[in-house]
Design a protein around this ligand. Sequence first.
Ligand code: CMC
Length: 434
Amino acid sequence: MKLADNKATLSFSNGTPSIEMPVYSGNIGPDVIDIRKLYAQSGMFTYDPGFLSTASCQSGITFIDGDKGELLYRGYPIEQLANHGDYLDTCYLLLKGDLPSEKESADFHKLVNNHTMVNEQMQFFLRGFRRDAHPMAVLTGLVGALSAFYHDSTDITNPEHREISAIRLIAKLPTLVAMSYKYGVGQPFMYPQNSLSYSGNFLRMMFGVPCEDYVVNPVLERALDRIFILHADHEQNASTSTVRLCGSSGTNPFAAIAAGVACLWGPAHGGANEACLKMLDDIQKMGGISKVGEFMEQVKDKNSGVKLMGFGHRVYKNYDPRAKLMQETCNEVLAELGLENDPLFKLAKQVEKIALEDDYFVSRKLYPNVDFYSGIVQRAIGIPVNLFTGVFALARTVGWIAQLNEMIGDPEYKIGRPRQLFTGSPSRNVPGAK
Ligand code: CMC
């Protein structure tokens, strides 16, 4: 970051002397006011719940321009990455800063493939869960438990440990997500098949069974790869900030990523695609397409507490570029599987149509986000609704690691420790105490 030409001056109406603060510029995007010395100089904190105006770090990984609907990974537009190249090349890019050469790409694919199996003991750990446990509860546990199985790579200050734990996490997440699914449905776990692509392997571990050959459908393989690319990173969102904050204490990478998985679970974040499919199911139960209008009236009624899941975004206020790409994939997958006339998918199209035309949504710039379409694609592929967020976690793992490693390598990094505006009781005595 570089000092901007101007400075910010904070003045007070009560006669306290004004304070000058440096302003820094990034390469693109808004400048930031450096308030680090504000407390020392004024005895005051800033107040910004939800981090609406706060840059918590400097980062060179992902850039979003919410007004333009632009998403760049290491400078490359998401559209180009989604249309050329695969998820593992995107992982390489996010982790290392540049796209791999042909040889680097081949080596990286091989390296990840060499780590797809998980310690055999992990299945016994998994077996401790109820069969009907939510896969995100299972995954939070399994990812955290990796630190117990791979304690040769838990020192976050050691670059080699960071490197190997990154590869392990990227390689093993598909295996763990598929295992949590197989456990829930009572089928045998499928060991990874390293001759397949990353997404092909995941499809086989999910839907293959030991007694039959599994043939990967290339349209579904490509669709899943695209879901992974589009979800690989998204700047300082809630789960990424959680990973950074958790990792800032010096905890091991597996524990920090488990914290990210836990955060992602929430319906306002990664749980949105699951919540969206549940919403479509609910409308279906109310009577289907004929009830969409009635449902939309509930959404528009502020007192109902009903939101249109899969719509709106904190950052993208015009459109979500990932949603456009996912919409293409959605149409391809529905056509490939002959599901265009499936009632649920027709209902989704109707919801999309009404929301894009209705003044409530148009005036608030509420557009379908990536999760609206990724939920539909995953449902069409056969991924159960309660596993959607697990698939998101799998894809986002690389972003979390890249951000965590960037933070650890930043000489300005400190343990994260926000302050507060205290509104509770001032000091008082317990009855009887002096
Ligand atoms: N349905 C109905 N109204 C909405 C919705 C929605 N999905 N989203 C926002 N609004 C309304 C909101 O009530 C407010 O109206 P008003 O100005 O009259 O008070 C206005 O739109 C602005 O909303 P906001 O609350 O200021 O927006 P936000 O930036 O705080 O919230 C959001 C962003 C994503 C939390 C919210 O849009 C939402 O809850 N969407 C549904 C959940 C969802 O799909 N989340 C996935 C986000 S994409 C995945 C990811 O990147 O993590």
